[in-house]
Design a protein around this ligand. Structure first.
Ligand SMILES: Nc1ncnc2c1ncn2[C@@H]1O[C@H](COP(=O)(O)OP(=O)(O)OP(=O)(O)O)[C@@H](O)[C@H]1O
Ligand SMILES: [Mg+2]
Length: 272
């Protein structure tokens, strides 16, 4: 993809560049692009590490710290019941303070996990979802990005697009027994496509459908469509999720991602 434009000028009487000049300029541009790309990857990695660290802290606060405070609060309260007078009053105050501390920590957890989500780079979120699949399956999906998804996917479509990717990858981890996954994310001036292909056992006799039904509903709500079926030459399964960039009038109700507890929350491979 184009990262920039290198402009060359001559200051002498020479009006053209020699072949060698142009080759050197091309080599220079290649090196410059590589440095820019490496800098971007470093930046992304750092941000991803920050997100992961925040998740870990939020989890520890929730699972360890709050549970301990809660247990201590219960002990304090039961102690207050068997005492009376001033000692009991002081214990009630202590229990109320523990409650307040728990409420404060919950607020902190909320801000830790909600922070920066709005301005988070779409690429980072995609990589985080893909990394979950890598951890669950031990195979790395081959990702192809076509078009400036970061700039062109509107904020209103982003969570739906991420949920579609997450559900398709989660399904592969849980049902497909695949050895290869190909993901195409394409944005054109007309639409956005998420296509996920695997070489697994194929759709077979789908027993029940809720994750996929949600994907279809998200696509229809946005005036688009969803496809699910055998892959090319009957190999594996292909999921396509396509929505137009401009939502047609009449398709204005967009279901919020919180309507759908299956999407975006459960890690791939996670059981029910
Ligand atoms: N990539 C795939 N390979 C093989 N089978 C699949 C694949 N994706 C989905 N399926 C089949 O289609 C069914 C429906 O998928 P869907 O995502 O709607 O439901 P689910 O994954 O079983 O449950 P949920 O998503 O509600 O947790 C699955 O149960 C599975 O049998
Ligand atoms: Mg599913």
């Amino acid at each position: 993809r184009a990262l920039g434009i290198l402009v060359l000028g001559t200051s002498g009487p020479l009006e053209t560049f020699s072949r060698l000049d142009l080759e050197m300029a091309a080599a220079f541009a290649g090196q410059a692009a590589l440095s820019l790309e490496l800098a971007r990857i470093h930046r992304d990695r750092e941000r991803l590490a920050v997100f992961e660290e925040r998740d870990r802290i939020a989890r520890d606060l929730h699972d360890v710290v709050i549970q301990r405070l809660f247990a201590t609060g219960l002990q304090v309260q039961s102690l207050a019941r068997v005492l009376d007078g001033q000692a009991a009053n002081r214990l009630h105050v202590a229990a109320a303070e523990l409650d307040q501390t728990i409420a404060d920590i919950r607020q902190t957890i909320f801000s830790l996990t909600a922070a920066d989500l709005d301005d988070a780079d779409l690429g980072i979120e995609i990589r985080a979802i893909v990394a979950q699949t890598e951890r669950a399956l031990g195979i790395s999906p081959v990702i192809r990005v076509d078009g400036p998804i970061d700039r062109r996917v509107p904020a209103a479509i982003r969570p739906h697009m991420l949920a579609a990717l997450q559900e398709a990858l989660s399904n592969i981890a849980r049902h497909a027994r695949a050895t290869r996954i190909d993901v195409l994310l394409r944005v054109s001036s007309a639409d956005i496509l998420v296509e996920v292909r695997d070489d697994g056992c194929g759709p077979g006799g789908a027993s029940r459908s809720s994750g996929l039904a949600n994907l279809r509903r998200r696509a229809l709500d946005l005036g688009g469509r969803m496809g699910f079926g055998p892959g090319e030459n009957g190999i594996g399964t292909t999921v396509t999720w396509l929505v137009p960039l401009v939502t047609p009038p009449g398709a204005l109700h967009v279901s919020s991602p919180t309507d759908d507890p299956a999407a975006g929350q459960r890690p791939p491979g996670g059981g029910r």
